[in-house]
Design a protein around this ligand. Structure first.
Ligand code: SF4
Length: 392
């Protein structure tokens, strides 16, 4: 089975913290962009064959990310979904997600999404406190989020996810709690909680470096406060029935994101559009990772995929560790040994022993998991797996 990711890099305004490959472009770009996506979709099979990679015909998850896919006009939603169905067989019951910005989803677009099979919406809320959301450049308030969740349900979409961001300028423990309580009150089945990591290239990051007051750089909570917010989210969301299943993701039973799961489980996906990443496998099983340009103009002018080098077995094993450990269910040693051999997996015993002694991982039966501290320091934990021994 294959997952499809379609990047829609258009936004109505650029959020102060954002470092994604997205921007504000004239609506006239939409048509050209969608035409390029359709072109790449049609070319993908030949390209995969040229590289000796398998491109599964059946698709079981589709994810429109961004950017703001909810800004697509209805006819372009239909054109994209029709192109997907022309090129691939979409499994009955496939998970089809659109990311959306609250207050930026027209009735006609929502109707087109539902009509063409979408069954999941993921809203970038960031904060339910209006002043916080608006200070980051968001164009919505709390009431818009509640309204959009209801509109999604009324249109037949039960599977709704909301994103929150811990560490926004001016955010306090009290306002964070308010956001968590509102999220719980919506009754959604899925939430994502991210800790703000300010990128120097964002407006906020530039202000933090150069000084200034426009974006509230001086009001960003310190690291300890952000960590406390994250820990509180894990606890309060669990209390609201949304159990953590991955470092940043929480869900009611059965509402986990099937698409995101395939990234952590290293199952194949094809990314289309600006800054879209893909992973396919060669006939021999080796993984090929490749990505598109992160700039819109060259993409529109036809910039395509470059031939990737297959990952070595050592690289794949490292990935299996750090992607698998993202999930609360952790990594099964037996599964890893079956894929990579006992000797290669055993080469990580020393690293695992050190991480366990430092309280960053724990072992339960056959499985290795991150602890709460391990989740908070996940990047440092994952780096330690890069020092593992080669299995090539
Ligand atoms: S809507 Fe999302 S992608 Fe667009 S600028 Fe804001 S955070 Fe970035």
């Amino acid at each position: 089975m294959l997952g499809l990711y379609l990047s829609i890099p258009f936004c109505r305004s650029k959020c102060t913290f954002c470092n994604f490959a997205s921007g504000v472009f004239p609506a006239s770009y939409f048509d050209r962009y969608v035409a390029r996506l359709v072109e790449d979709m049609a070319a993908a099979r030949a390209r995969a064959a040229e590289w000796g990679a398998a491109l599964p015909q059946t698709v079981d998850t589709i994810y429109f990310g961004g950017g703001t896919p909810s800004l697509l006009p209805p006819e372009l939603v239909r054109r994209l979904m029709a192109a997907i169905r022309d090129e691939f067989s979409v499994l009955a019951g496939a998970e089809i997600t659109f990311e959306a910005a609250p207050a930026q989803l027209a009735d006609e677009t929502l109707a087109a999404m539902v009509e063409t099979g979408a069954n999941r919406l993921s809203f970038g809320v960031q904060s339910f406190v209006d002043a916080e959301a608006q200070a980051t450049g968001r164009l919505h308030g709390r009431a818009d989020v509640f309204r959009d969740v209801e509109r999604a349900r009324a249109a037949g979409i039960e599977d709704v996810s909301l994103d929150l961001l811990a560490g926004l300028p001016g955010q306090t423990r009290a306002t964070w709690r308010e956001s968590l309580d509102c999220l719980a009150e919506t009754g959604v089945g899925h939430a994502s909680v991210y800790m703000l990591e300010v990128d120097d290239a964002s407006k906020l990051g530039a202000e933090m470096l150069a000084g200034g007051v426009r974006y509230g750089a001086g009001l960003v909570p310190n690291e300890d406060a952000i960590v406390a917010m994250y820990e509180e989210a894990v606890e309060r969301l669990a209390g609201a029935g949304l159990a953590q299943y991955e470092i940043s993701n929480f869900a009611r039973a059965g509402r986990e994101s099937r698409h995101n799961r395939r990234y952590w489980e290293r199952r194949p996906y094809l990314g289309l559009g600006v800054d879209a990443h893909s992973m396919l496998r060669e006939a021999g099983g080796r993984a090929l990772r490749f990505a598109t340009t992160d700039e819109l103009p060259p993409y529109l002018e036809g910039a395509g995929w470059a031939r990737p080098e297959p990952l070595s077995r050592a690289q794949e094993l490292e990935e299996a560790w750090f992607l698998g450990l993202r999930m609360n269910e952790g990594v099964s040693l037996a599964t890893l040994r079956a894929e990579f051999g006992a000797e290669a997996v055993g080469a990580f015993d020393a690293v695992l022993g050190e991480l366990a002694a430092e309280g960053l991982v724990t072992r339960g039966g056959d499985r290795i998991h991150l602890t709460m501290n391990g989740r908070l320091l996940s990047n440092e934990v994952f780096e330690r797996f890069l020092a593992g021994e080669s299995v090539d």
